[in-house]
Design a protein around this ligand. Structure first.
Ligand code: XBP
Length: 259
């Protein structure tokens, strides 16, 4: 089956943004006068829950259950999350972030090759705008046929909602696409929508179970900085191109030869 679109995850895939998210959560808690401070180790555990608001609620259930009785709990969490997003977008504007290896190159090569592109993420739309402004420029968002974020799919990964929304907007089936993800939740969401997925393992997803992925790589690679293959189809160092994606996609979607 011909590859027609490339779907990118955002956090951990386009850039190592989760460390900025973690710091933004902690700034929002401090502004509220809460003594909650998520360490890297604790944040790694909390990342099992997609969605910032869902993650805050999980923490409350785990370690601050005295707040569960609040009548305004959901509104309070929403306010905390709004503050977190404010801190996140402010930090992104400071230019601390850069795209992971190979991301800009693959986006530009895919665009030049006429491969349609989309984004399927659990994060909030404001965070996507902040990332593009800080890296490729706001106009680069127009290079993507559609962008599915938390606002388009309130039920978060590993649920496939955001991928199903993106596929509907693209007018394509999952088998006509391939996704780039960095987490197990992302692999589960994509494959549940029949989208083959390539994993570029990130700082916070190292060691996760990526079963179901076509291949697992250290990153997308550059000609002078090849990726390290970690599992699956890729066995030699290299750099991901539209051509290699099409080859992996063909292998993942071609019907097994009838015996
Ligand atoms: C990553 C997430 C998001 C971010 C935080 O999304 O799970 O929740 O951690 O962003 P993805 P919000 O990997 O799908 O890009 O606080 O806006 O949810």
């Amino acid at each position: 089956m011909t590859l027609k679109a490339l779907i990118f995850d955002v956090d951990g895939t386009l850039a190592e943004t989760e460390e900025v998210h973690r710091k933004a959560f902690n700034k929002a808690f401090a502004e509220e006068g809460l003594d909650w401070a998520w360490s890297r180790e604790r944040y790694r555990e909390l990342l099992a829950v997609s969605g910032g608001k869902e993650r805050i609620l999980q923490f409350i259930k785990d370690e601050a259950s005295e707040h569960l009785g609040r009548e305004d709990l959901q509104a309070w969490i929403a306010d905390l999350h709004k503050a977190k997003t404010r801190f996140y977008t402010e930090m992104m504007a400071s230019g601390e972030i850069s795209l992971r290896p190979g991301v800009e190159r693959l986006i530009r090569e895919s665009r030049d090759a006429g491969l349609r592109m989309a984004i399927a993420t659990t994060t909030s739309s404001a965070n996507i705008v902040a990332l593009f402004k800080a890296t490729l420029g706001h106009d680069a968002m127009d290079w993507f046929d559609t962008i599915g974020a938390a606002e388009q799919a309130p039920v978060k990964k590993p649920d496939p909602s955001v991928y199903l929304w993106v596929l509907k907007e693209l007018g394509l089936s999952g088998e006509e696409c391939i996704a780039i993800e960095d987490t197990r939740n992302g692999v589960l969401a994509a494959t549940s929508a029949d989208v083959p997925v390539v994993v570029t393992q990130s700082f916070y997803s190292a060691g996760e179970d990526f079963s179901g992925a076509v291949t697992v790589l250290s990153d997308l690679g550059e000609p002078d900085q090849p990726y390290t293959p970690l599992d699956g189809t890729a066995t030699e160092p290299g750099w991901v191109t539209p051509k290699s994606l099409a080859m992996w996609h063909e292998g993942a979607t071609s019907a097994p030869a009838t015996s």
